[in-house]
Design a binder for this molecule. Structure first.
Ligand SMILES: [Zn+2]
Length: 344
């Protein structure tokens, strides 16, 4: 398969164009290293100003959206150890958080002295959402460029629950563990406001509405949350602008007794649903749902091209996929069979 000579985006990626040197438009459009470095310094300064501001407040200083994976665990470490913030960690349990990840979170929360809330919606609701997400067409092609349909649904719920919690508890910073490949620098820090949140919520809820109907509202901020709030939180993704490398991340979180889970596939350190979600995406879209993120990491110099390509080759663990299928009551092999034909 033909890929960008610089990052790793494949010819199957929607809208991809290669120039005569075989370099894609995302790489060509990328601002030069100096400009990006300057932008990162500005964001870091802005973040440190915000930290100084919120530290004088009573109550929690920030709500950390914590998946238990290595990036968000490292972000939690930064918030506590580097910035000395009073943190409430919140985890959305999609019903597929691996037992090893849950054990990690128990250890890390104690070692870092953070309060931790796990929100786990009832499974019949989650099942409805995830089964609907296996069908093509739930999300726009644009939304699927960075994450599978199942991941999109999961992130929408996690974001909604976190946002509602931040508004209810009047927490001024809402922190995410997105890595530089996952979000653009321009959205690494932003102040939310009612109009923006209204638009964000409508966009996040619309695809889920058909699958979940009126059960959905309890997981998202409601009108009164938006109307009765005075100080709207900042959204911050510190890893997007703080320099770090994989080795530092692993070293820091291992000091907290975080261990790499052996019960997920190596692409995800927390979610059992991941392999299944990736397989369906690859089959429906023709490119790996992580390819944009990995390409971003290569472009930004956080990962070598070889390493990124190797990550794409990581195969799903059949036993993990089979367990997901059994729990959701769907079968990939049955879905593969054409209409009217018996399952393969
Ligand atoms: Zn490229």
């Amino acid at each position: 398969m033909r890929r960008c000579a610089h990052c790793i985006l494949p010819e199957t990626f929607p809208g991809i164009q290669f120039d005569e040197e075989g370099v894609c438009q995302y790489c060509r459009r990328m601002p030069d290293a100096e400009r990006r470095a300057a932008q990162k310094v500005r964001l870091r300064t802005r973040f440190e100003e915000l930290v100084a501001q919120v530290r004088t407040r009573p109550g929690y200083h920030c709500l950390m959206s914590w998946s238990g994976g290595k990036d968000s665990t490292y972000t939690l470490w930064l918030l506590r150890k580097q910035y000395d913030l009073r943190v409430l960690a919140f985890t959305f349990d999609n019903g597929f958080v691996s037992p090893a990840a849950l054990k990690n979170m128990r250890m890390v929360a104690e070692n870092l002295k953070v309060d931790h809330v796990i929100v786990k919606p009832r499974f019949d609701f989650l099942r409805q959402v995830f089964v609907a997400s296996t069908q093509p067409g739930m999300y726009t092609p644009r939304a699927l460029e960075r994450a599978s349909s199942i991941c999109n649904s999961c992130m929408a719920l996690a974001k909604g629950i976190g946002l509602r919690m931040a508004l209810e508890k009047d927490i001024p910073l809402l922190v995410y563990g997105w890595s530089p490949g996952q979000i653009p620098l321009a959205s690494a820090i932003f102040h939310t406001n009612p109009r923006m949140l209204q638009a964000m919520l409508e966009a996040a809820m619309a695809p889920l509405e058909e699958a979940a109907g009126d059960q959905l509202t309890v997981y998202f901020p409601e009108e009164h949350h938006l109307n009765n709030t005075h100080d709207f939180p900042y959204n911050v993704s510190p890893l997007a602008f703080l320099d770090f490398d994989e080795e530092t991340v692993l070293h820091c979180i291992e000091t907290l007794a975080w261990e790499r889970p052996q019960d997920t596939d190596p692409n995800s350190t927390n979610c059992l649903l991941n392999s299944f979600a990736n397989m369906i995406h690859l089959e429906q879209m023709g490119y790996h749902p992580y390819v944009m993120e990995l390409a971003g990491l290569v472009r930004e110099g956080y990962m070598s091209r070889e390493e990124a390509l190797a990550r794409l080759e990581i195969a799903a663990v059949p036993a993990v996929v089979a367990a997901v299928e059994a729990k959701l009551g769907v079968s990939l092999s049955r879905r593969r069979g054409k209409k009217g034909e018996p399952p393969l």
